[in-house]
Structures are given as structure tokens and as C-alpha cells.
Design a protein around this ligand. Structure first.
Ligand code: NOJ
Length: 540
């Protein structure tokens, strides 16, 4: 195949602090990851994406980076990271690292330097420092709010002890936003990209990729006309930034990929796929879709149309470390991810985890059969559910505090993986160290060890699906054709005599015109495909 690998890759998302702990402190790390590389190879993924592993005070679980060129001691050392990249390559796995360019940590050396240097300095120009409004500068420079709750501005105390300027942070106050109009910021990130490319990185997942460029006027949201472009997301200045990044990546041999994390609708997201910019971005649309055929068909068609127009493949995502786990979402009547404010106060209703698991398994076969790439969030291959009963005092996501305890945040999808054994820590840590978030006792049935030998387990389903996906030349990147079907059934073919059928109706449906069932997400009912079940068929 002469297509670049990333166009059809199955990428496993490693949320490193919850993957596997090698050091015995209850937090996942590079040593643990290296010890489990065989698991990833056997799972059959093509690549891994590692969430931030850089030096960080961990105000936002590593998305507050203090040194982009070194590894946090919690996770290991730079030498271990280098060894990991080499070993992954030795197993035929590509490595995508997470780059966080919108903001750094307030402990990144540039930020204290900016505080010390004072208003108007070159050091402050790397960030957004502004005087406040009001008689004494006591009102924030504009009305923007942080994605984690509260104002997006924090006032500093100047070196002489007086209340001073405000700085912008679209996330936590510990995450000051960089000013991307500043040439030093641009040069620094080109250098950081090269640092990791030199170490063998096969690509970058770009955090908050749509937020780097801001409307220089920093206008109040309240002043904007209805439908006016957002001043802090999707601004046109991003295009030049990513053309620069694409040139840097292009200096390196092989196919290295730039994948944007862009929480905007497809039309706005596609603007980043312009020639010479990002190769692709996460297709997050399934997270906001109901589990019904017309809605899913619409999302798929839109992705294919957009891909045809821009050349960027879809990269299907069922969940990640920021949203409710798919088993839990699909166990609810409304399967869309809205926010944790709703799911955490109980108003979203108790999830039916049996139903959710059945649908999540069907969705796994759907997304791995669709054209393009697919991301598998660690633990989805084990069928883990959202842990919704973590005691308040153990919550670690800054969202919990920033929201004034109205939003529990994202810890429930970040609980450490269960590997083996019958009680926590389920082999996550050596020496029985308690994991950094508590694991449900009921996960004893879902450990990797318990599922490995069970042909009906979700782990076996993923392994089978990924094995077939690799072997079938028509899967991954390439065309698909819808087949005529009942309205609540999705059916499509891929080249080479392959079809996928997903039954979203309430009744079993007949599987016609095939020569054999390659794989099914649940037992068939006398040859019929039951509700909330998917099957892969050999058609020629
Ligand atoms: C998106 C990341 O996925 C999320 O975990 C993080 O909190 C924000 N960006 C800020 O970096």
C-alpha cells in the first residue's frame, strides 16, 4: 500500500498515568508502558498516542507543561522515553506524541520571567498580559470564561507588591496562554517539534489546536453579533502557524502526521485540512450523536464528503480521556456526551451497562470498518465503564474545584486499567500500591487477564477486529458504498468482498447476500442480527 500509514491507522490512546505503573507509586509511567508493549502489539493496533509525559506540576494532569523537552519524574526519564520509542518501533508500532501549544504551565521558565520583567516587556509579550478595566483595574480585560469554569483571566501582583496586570488562561490559571503572534513562541515550538522528531516521533496530536490564534482585539463575547466568528477559537491566524509546522515535519523522512484536537463542527474543522496544514483532525462527531441509524449515517456521510473535498481522512473516535466512557454513554437513552455537569449530578439517569456494552461492541465494529483511521481509548478494548462514584475527596480533575463543585470532571474515564487478579489494584501497580484513582471491585471480571482467553470478551472482539482489519485490503483508508437496508440498519461494503451491518432497530434483521460471517459483536439469533449488534460479512 502506498498510502501514508496514518490514513488508515488504528491508534491506541495511552493515558499514561492510568495505563500501567512500573515504579510502584500508583501512577502509570513509561516503565509500565514498556512492560506492556507486547499487549499493544498483540491487540493489533498500528500506533500509539501518548498523552503528555513532559515535566509538569500536574495542575491539569500534564497538560500544564513546564519543560517540553524532558519527561516528568513521575513518568520516568527522557532516556526511558527514547528507549520506549525505539522499542515501539521494533514492534512495528508508530508513536504519536501529544504537543500542548496553546498554553504552558505557570512554572514554565518563561512565565516567572514574564512576571518579573514587568508590563511592556518582551517576556510578557510571549503571553497575554493586559491591564484590567474599572477605576483600579479590578475588572478582567474581557468577559471570556475558562473551559474549566470561572473567568479566563487572573490578576497578578507586580514585583513592587501592587495589584497588577491580568493574564489570559483559556483553561486553569496554572495554564497561561501563549501569544502566538510572538515570533519567539513560533520559533520555540518549531524547535520542540524537531526535538521529538529527532527522537523518532511519528507525529503529533495537537492539543486545543483551534485555540492558538486569537482575535487580537480580544473582544467581549457579549459584544459579538449572533453567528460572528468566535474570538478564541477557529481564528484564521492558525493557518499560517500550521503551514510552518507542516514544513518542519516535512523536513523529516517517512510519513509523520499532524492530528488536530479541534472541538468544532466539521465545516470549521475541515478548514484546518487545507493543503500544507494539518494532515487530519479527530472526528469527534460520534461523541455528539444519538445511537440511531439516520444520525450515524449523517455523520459518516459528512465525514466522507469532507474527506473527498480536503483529502483528509476521517479518524473515528468513540471516547477519550475527556469524555464519558462509551459503555456508559451508550447505556443511556441520550447517548450524546454533553458535559459532566449533567452526568455527575445524576440527572442523566443510571446507565444500563449491559445495553451500553452491547452497543459499544457494535460501535467498535462500525468504527473499525469505516473508511479512515480509528482511535481506541485505553480501556475501551476491555469494555470499561465510567466510574461515577469516585468519592469527592479523591477527585483530581481541576474542573471539580473550578466549577465550584458542580461538575465532577473527567476522572471517571481516567481510572487505572485492570490488568489481572481479583482485587484492586488489579496488577496495575507492583506491590499492591493503591492506584491514584480507585478502581471498582467489579472490574475483576474485566481485567485483561480474565478476558484474554475468553473468545466472547470485548478484548477478544477488539483483537479479532483489528487482526481482520489489518488483513483486509479494503479496510482502513479507501472507499465505502452504502447497501440498501431497512431504515434503522446501517449496511455498507468495502472493496474486496467485505460488508459491515449494524442493527440499530429494536428487532432482529436478516443478514442477506453473504458467504459467511467474519465477526459479530454479539451472538447471532438463528442467523439473524439482533438489535444493537454488528456483523462483518464476507460477500464475495
Ligand atoms: C484538551 C485535553 O485533551 C484536555 O485533557 C486538557 O485539559 C485541555 N485540552 C487543556 O490542555
Amino acid at each position: 500500500m502506498d498510502h501514508p500509514w496514518w490514513r488508515g491507522a488504528a491508534v491506541y490512546q495511552v493515558y499514561i498515568r492510568s495505563f500501567a505503573d512500573g515504579s510502584g507509586d500508583g501512577v502509570g509511567d513509561i516503565a509500565g508502558l514498556r512492560s506492556r508493549l507486547g499487549y499493544l502489539r498483540d491487540l493489533g493496533v498500528d500506533a500509539v498516542w501518548i498523552n503528555p509525559w513532559y515535566v509538569s506540576p500536574m495542575a491539569d494532569a500534564g497538560y500544564d507543561v513546564a519543560d517540553y523537552r524532558d519527561i516528568d519524574p513521575l513518568f520516568g526519564t527522557l532516556a526511558q522515553a527514547e528507549a520506549f520509542i525505539d522499542e515501539a518501533h521494533g514492534h512495528g508500532l508508530r508513536v504519536i506524541v501529544d504537543i500542548v501549544p496553546n498554553h504552558c504551565s505557570s512554572r514554565h521558565p518563561w512565565f516567572p520571567a514574564a512576571l518579573a520583567a514587568g508590563p511592556g516587556s518582551a517576556e510578557r509579550a510571549r503571553f497575554f498580559f493586559r491591564p484590567g478595566k474599572g477605576g483600579r483595574g479590578e475588572v478582567p480585560p474581557n468577559d471570556w470564561t475558562s473551559s474549566f469554569g470561572g473567568p479566563a483571566w487572573t490578576r497578578i501582583t507586580e514585583a513592587d507588591g501592587t495589584p497588577g496586570q491580568w493574564y489570559l488562561h483559556l483553561y486553569a490559571p496554572e495554564q497561561p496562554d501563549f501569544n502566538w503572534d510572538n515570533p519567539e513562541v513560533r520559533a520555540e515550538f518549531h524547535d520542540i517539534l524537531r526535538f521529538w522528531l529527532d527522537r523518532g516521533a511519528d507525529g503529533f496530536r495537537i492539543d486545543a489546536a483551534d485555540r492558538l490564534a486569537k482575535d487580537p482585539a480580544l473582544p467581549d463575547m457579549a459584544s459579538l453579533a449572533d453567528g460572528a466568528p468566535r474570538p478564541e477559537r477557529g481564528q484564521p491566524g492558525a493557518h499560517e502557524i500550521y503551514r510552518g509546522w507542516r514544513r518542519v515535519v516535512g523536513e523529516y523522512p517517512g510519513d509523520r502526521v499532524l492530528v488536530g484536537e479541534i472541538w468544532m463542527d466539521l465545516q470549521h474543522r475541515a478548514a484546518y485540512h487545507a493543503p500544507g496544514e494539518l494532515h487530519t483532525s479527530f472526528s469527534l462527531d460520534l461523541l455528539f450523536s444519538l445511537w440511531n441509524a439516520s444520525e450515524l449515517r449523517g455523520v459518516i456521510d459528512a465525514a466522507l464528503e469532507s474527506g473527498a473535498a480536503t483529502g483528509a481522512p476521517a479518524t473515528w473516535v468513540l471516547s477519550n480521556h475527556d469524555v464519558t466512557r462509551v459503555v456508559t454513554r451508550y447505556g443511556r437513552k441520550d447517548t450524546r456526551f454533553v458535559s459532566y455537569t449533567i452526568t455527575s449530578d445524576g440527572s442523566a439517569g443510571q446507565a444500563d451497562l449491559i445495553l451500553g456494552t452491547r452497543r459499544a461492541r457494535a460501535a467498535a465494529l462500525l468504527t473499525t470498518a469505516l473508511p479512515g483511521g480509528v482511535y481506541v481509548y485505553q480501556g475501551d478494548e476491555l469494555g470499561l465503564w465510567e466510574v461515577e462514584d469516585i468519592p469527592f475527596e479523591q477527585l483530581r480533575d481541576p474542573v471539580w474545584e473550578r466549577s465550584g463543585h458542580t461538575d465532577k470532571g473527567r476522572d471517571g474515564c481516567r481510572v487505572p486499567l485492570p490488568w489481572s487478579g481479583s482485587a484492586p489494584p488489579f496488577g496495575f501497580s507492583p506491590d499492591q500500591a493503591p492506584p491514584w484513582l480507585p478502581q471498582p471491585a467489579a472490574w475483576r471480571r474485566l481485567t485483561a487477564a480474565a478476558q484474554r482467553a475468553d473468545p466472547g470478551s470485548t478484548l477478544s472482539l477488539y483483537r479479532d477486529a483489528l487482526r481482520i482489519r489489518r488483513a483486509e485490503p479494503g479496510l482502513g483508508d479507501g472507499p465505502m458504498t452504502w447497501l440498501a437496508s431497512e431504515p434503522e440498519v446501517l449496511a455498507f461494503t468495502r472493496p474486496g468482498g467485505f460488508a459491515c451491518v449494524v442493527n440499530l432497530s429494536g428487532v432482529a434483521t436478516e443478514l442477506t447476500g453473504h458467504r459467511g460471517v467474519l465477526l459479530a459483536s454479539g451472538p447471532l439469533d438463528d442467523g439473524m442480527l439482533p438489535p444493537d449488534t454488528a456483523a462483518w460479512l464476507r460477500t464475495a
